[in-house]
Design a protein around this ligand. Sequence first.
Ligand code: SAM
Length: 207
Amino acid sequence: MNIPKFNDPFDCINNKLPWDVDTPDINLVQWFDSLTIKPVHVLELGCGSGVNSVWLAQQGCQVTAVDFHSSATETTRLYAQKHNVNIDIVQLDVLKDNLPNKKFDLIFDRGLFHGIRFQEKRLLSSKISQSLSQCGQWLSVIGSKETYADIQGQDWFMSLFEIADTVEASLQIISVKSCYIQMIDYKRFPAWTLLACNRPSALSSTG
Ligand SMILES: C[S@@+](CC[C@H](N)C(=O)[O-])C[C@H]1O[C@@H](n2cnc3c(N)ncnc32)[C@H](O)[C@@H]1O
């Protein structure tokens, strides 16, 4: 299986990126639909073309979508406009910049966390911990290193050990389930769905 190479791998205007499907992530949809109490304030990290942010806004959530690439924030803006939903769209680097100064009931990412370096993962887990509301949860769809044997020697994607090691420094893992990421060129890509929250002992400091 070949992964296409682009000069700018996150430019979703000039490239048709392999993960850039036009339907919301099935793992997000199934999890969201299973909830009795739906999240109100939602942050999507690395929103790409904005499909998941728009879907969440259509479910009645107040969505903030962030991405460091102008092509992503612009595509999300146009996609939200097309679907007549309001989304707060912010261009920022989740590693270098502060996350929006707000508490979120859901922080969602699909394919951002798995693509950053090991130390950055710990940093981002800590930032996510600070940005979750009292009962807030982080749902992350993460490419699986263990099951994706065709890509050798790549440093993105994660093993279960790496997920535990980088997330549990700041957060409590509720569950990790094996799943798939829908891609445009390939049928399905083996992945994990991580659900995490703040530890009860940390809640008094997160508000
Ligand atoms: C694999 S793409 C997934 C896009 C979208 N979530 C989706 O599922 O289609 C990862 C996205 O994260 C963004 N991203 C990567 N690193 C980032 C960072 N440090 N800060 C903000 N956005 C970042 C990229 O620009 C890209 O849009």
